[in-house]
Design a protein around this ligand. Structure first.
Ligand code: SAM
Length: 279
């Protein structure tokens, strides 16, 4: 059932929201698609939702229609604010729009747990936001789940398994403390204007505790070094970590001649623990 608000094409024409490339503006105008994303986020009725980059408000409307208790949306482009104000008026008390940069603004004072994050992310800040959400100072984080649209290539890196080219730091940081799934992909034509590449929605549900114990800083450091030189053997890429790195690798069952992309999450965590013991 569509809401009582005008179709998004009319909204875009009325407020002259010509897409700006530098803001990563590729809008979803089909309410069936935005509703599909909102439904993928799970039961929203008891949750506050944080949305980054509502733009003209297609996904925002779907989140509200799907019953989100309260949506807090951060938008950098002031041109979108009048369109979002119309949505605020149609759903009194259920939408809070914050104007600003999602990398700089703290939305937490406006949110009440449980909190889900749902967004069609601007490609230029998407990975940085995800990394921040995945690496808070304490775990569990302020959010329950992330339902995020990325370029398909980034989505594949998040859910990648060892042995694939896409497997790397993002896969490990995501899968260490979350269930990470690729929900569905969308072709460029689903967006206005169409981007150059396909997109995909990833669903990340936080685990209450990490899958395997490890110090977050040390794991992140080990993984960053290992994948920075992903074609090198680990004994070379991790040389700077500890003088006796070959011994440490062997001690946790990793051959020093192996490469980062062959090593699973559990082994990386064991390595991080062994490094922690030597420090
Ligand atoms: N949610 C809308 C949709 O699905 O049609 C728009 C998605 S569009 C891919 C990304 C949106 O993020 C744009 O509205 C853009 O203005 C906004 N944006 C870009 N950079 C931002 C930032 N640093 N902080 C907040 N919003 C940003």
């Amino acid at each position: 059932m569509p809401d009582a608000l005008p179709p998004l094409r009319e909204v875009i024409a009325k407020y002259e929201l010509r897409a700006k490339k530098q803001l990563g503006q590729n809008f979803l105008l089909d309410l069936n698609l935005t509703s599909k994303i909102a439904r993928r986020a799970g039961d929203l009725a008891q949750c506050d939702v944080l949305e980054i980059g509502p733009g003209p408000g297609g996904l925002t409307r779907a989140l509200l229609m799907e019953g989100a208790r309260h949506v807090v949306a951060i938008e950098r482009d002031a041109r979108c604010l009048p369109a979002l104000a119309e949505i605020e008026a149609a759903y009194p008390g259920r939408l809070t729009v914050l104007e600003g940069d999602a990398l700089a603004l703290d939305p937490l004072p406006h949110l009440t747990p449980p909190i889900r994050i749902v967004a069609n992310l601007p490609y230029n800040v998407g990975t940085e936001l995800l990394l921040r959400w995945l690496t808070p100072d304490t775990w569990p984080p302020f959010w329950q789940s992330l339902t995020l649209m990325f370029q398909k290539e980034v989505a594949e890196r998040i859910v990648a398994q060892p042995g694939s080219k896409a497997y790397g730091r993002l896969s490990i940081l995501a899968q260490w403390r979350c269930d990470a799934r690729l929900a569905f992909t969308l072709p460029p034509q689903a967006f206005t204007p169409p981007p150059k590449v396909s997109s995909a929605v990833v669903q990340l549900d936080r685990l209450e505790a990490p899958r395997y114990p490890a110090d977050p800083q040390i794991l992140s450091d080990v993984v960053a070094r290992a994948f920075n030189q992903r074609r090198k053997m680990l004994r070379a890429s991790l040389r700077g970590l500890l003088p006796d790195i070959e011994e440490v690798l062997t001690g946790v069952g990793i051959a020093p001649t192996q490469r980062a992309e062959e090593i699973g999450l559990e082994a990386f965590c064991a390595l991080a623990r062994a490094v922690a013991e030597r420090r």
